[in-house]
Design a protein around this ligand. Structure first.
Ligand code: SAM
Length: 299
């Protein structure tokens, strides 16, 4: 599958216009705070007028400080608070996620014993660490449960012994540049193999409206890898086109739409003053419109 490249900053705006069915999205910029080319991609960090500081990779906006919680809370808390999730000594793998947002959310859970974050690009982690403390707070580096590895996530998972993780979060770039392998059948098969018996995978799954091929590729890829349950869901994002984005949760049998304990999830959301996730939002996230469900019926 291929996703054409986005546009890049010009005239004091970040403009993302070349792959959105002709729709132009732009954000006013106050300044560029980093603009470097790493071995893998072009990394830009900008200060926007209304979205806070934002990370752009190869011209595609990855996250912005003001709304990133809408995406990261749903990647982390839906699988960890679902009914059927294991509750003790959890081992979590994050593939991608170098901006730190999903690691920050996962480490809010005391039952998580260890997190390995594997991002291919040290430059992304450096940018988040140096410039985006909302996403990569100092507490991440102080947390002994987190290990950061710079490697190709696909190779890392394929080299992993069987039955290692209770949760794998694929917080990958769109399928352009170094992210392409993270949408391939061999990767999904390796993901299934490295899960512990009650494990789950969550993955960024594009948009049923703007990136339907990515949406279908993730869904069918996980299904073909033998996951008996694959449930796409939605989250809020102000900076991803359309305002909603899709994720997918694959389990070895349990239904991720159900909460383990509604009171516990509500207390968790209150304790951490979450912006987007709570028990009602968990359940509602899985209510996709018929148009999205029809999309999944296509090959
Ligand atoms: N949620 C964002 C989005 O969809 O716009 C993506 C988050 S961004 C932090 C994705 C990360 O995946 C980047 O830091 C990038 O370096 C990393 N990445 C891309 N390809 C990778 C690979 N093959 N292995 C590990 N990390 C990879």
């Amino acid at each position: 599958i291929s996703v054409p490249r986005c546009g890049v900053s010009r005239d004091g705006r970040f403009v993302s216009d070349s792959w959105l069915r002709g729709i132009v999205w732009s954000a006013e910029i106050k300044g560029v705070v980093r603009d470097v080319r790493s071995e893998f991609q072009h990394i830009t960090v900008v200060d926007t007028v209304s979205l806070g500081r934002a990370l752009i990779l190869d011209g595609a906006l990855q996250c912005a400080e003001r709304d990133e919680a809408g995406y990261h809370e749903f990647l982390a808390h839906v699988p960890l608070l679902r009914r059927g999730a294991p509750r003790r000594e959890l081992r979590v793998l994050i593939v991608g996620g170098g901006d730190g947002g999903v690691a920050r959310e996962i480490l809010r859970h005391p039952e998580v014993e260890h997190v390995t974050l594997v991002d291919i690009d040290r430059g992304v982690v450096d940018a988040a660490r140096d410039l985006m403390p909302t996403l990569w707070p100092a507490s991440l580096d102080a947390d002994a449960r987190l290990d950061v590895v710079f490697a190709d996530g696909c190779e890392f998972v394929r080299a992993s012994p069987d039955s290692q993780y209770d949760l794998v979060v694929v917080d990958a770039s769109d399928p352009i540049g170094p992210g392409v392998q993270l949408y391939a059948p061999a990767f999904y098969e390796a993901l299934r193999r490295c899960l512990r018996p009650r494990g789950a995978v969550v993955a960024q799954a594009g948009s049923y409206w703007y990136l339907p091929r990515v949406f279908r590729t993730v869904y069918h890829g996980l299904k073909a890898a033998g996951f008996p349950v694959v449930m796409p869901y939605s989250c809020f994002s102000a900076v991803y086109p359309g305002g909603q984005w899709n994720l997918a949760c694959a389990t070895l049998g349990d239904d991720p739409r159900a909460l383990d304990d509604e009171n516990r999830a509500a207390a968790f959301a209150t304790e951490h003053a979450l912006d987007f996730y709570d028990p009602q939002a968990h359940v509602a996230a899985f209510a996709l419109p018929p148009l999205a469900r029809r999309e999944l019926e296509k090959p």
